[in-house]
Design a protein around this ligand. Structure first.
Ligand code: ATP
Ligand code: MG
Length: 247
């Protein structure tokens, strides 16, 4: 018998998983003569944390935009279970609205401000609810961006290099925050990053996008609580760097 969609997901788990949150088959995107996504297959299970690595220009953002439903130029099969929330590399806050109003923006809830306030509490910005975006540090602005994603209570959280502009220490704080939010809310996460170590620190599974396809994929060993110091991890890091064309 052919496997159900859920069973295709990932042989790394002991039990078949329910309906996937992301399911693509033969996903293709062309810009003029350039084929950026070339028959890409990807399945993401509910609650799974997946990191997507790839060289600059390999099509990571293109894939994310397609999954977010922001690109109607893709062909192939694409099924996504919402709600979906996206956070980008730059926080994209509206400068003329307060932090609270930015967080509540477009929110379809009975009491949007209350929901937004709660999300700001969760990212540690209770005291900045009435501040203007311009007064925030880079890390704080990124936390607002996360709060704005959280208020949608997403089943799928898409993160496009959200920490790349931050300094190393703020990044570590943000990693902890994302992990704790993920553990509390359990959305599936697709995190685009250039940073192999970031991928290994956060994800259940790492993917490398190359030539328009998932060219390399591996589960990240060691169950929670996350212990990421083992020799296997070092070996996986080397394989990832090699898949990315870095010696
Ligand atoms: N709207 C567009 N029109 C034409 N070409 C595009 C468009 N969007 C993306 N591309 C091209 O598709 C390729 C992949 O771009 P994409 O932004 O997905 O790469 P990326 O992997 O996210 O890179 P980076 O790591 O630098 O963010 C690039 O060659 C880019 O020029
Ligand atoms: Mg990109």
């Amino acid at each position: 018998m052919a496997p159900r969609i859920g069973e295709l997901i990932d042989s790394t788990r002991d039990h078949p998983v329910a309906q996937p949150v992301v399911y693509t088959r033969d996903l293709t995107r062309e810009f003029g003569v350039s084929r950026v996504l070339d028959g890409l297959d990807l399945t993401i299970a509910p609650g799974e944390f997946v990191a997507l690595l790839g060289r600059s220009g390999s099509g990571k953002s293109t894939l994310l935009r397609a999954i977010a439903g922001l690109d109607d130029g893709v062909t192939g099969a694409l099924e996504v279970e919402g709600p979906v929330a996206v956070a980008f590399q730059e926080p994209r806050l509206l400068p003329w609205k307060s932090v609270l109003a930015n967080t509540a923006l477009g929110l379809d809830a009975k009491n949007p401000k209350q929901v937004a306030r709660q999300a700001l509490d969760e990212v540690g910005l209770t005291d900045h609810a009435d501040a203007w975006p311009v007064t925030l540090s880079g890390g704080q602005a990124q936390r607002v961006s996360l709060a704005r994603a959280l208020v949608r209570d997403p089943r799928l959280l898409l993160l496009d290099e959200p920490f790349s502009a931050l300094d190393a220490l703020t990044r570590i704080t943000m990693h902890r925050l994302v992990l704790s939010l993920w553990q509390r809310h359990r959305p599936a996460v697709l995190l685009v990053t250039h940073d192999v170590d970031e991928a290994l620190a956060l994800a259940d599974r790492v993917l490398v996008l190359r030539d328009g396809q998932i060219a390399f994929e591996s589960p990240v060993e060691s169950a929670r609580p996350r212990n990421r110091d083992g020799a296997e991890l070092v070996a996986l890091r080397t394989r990832l760097l090699s898949a990315l064309g870095v010696d």
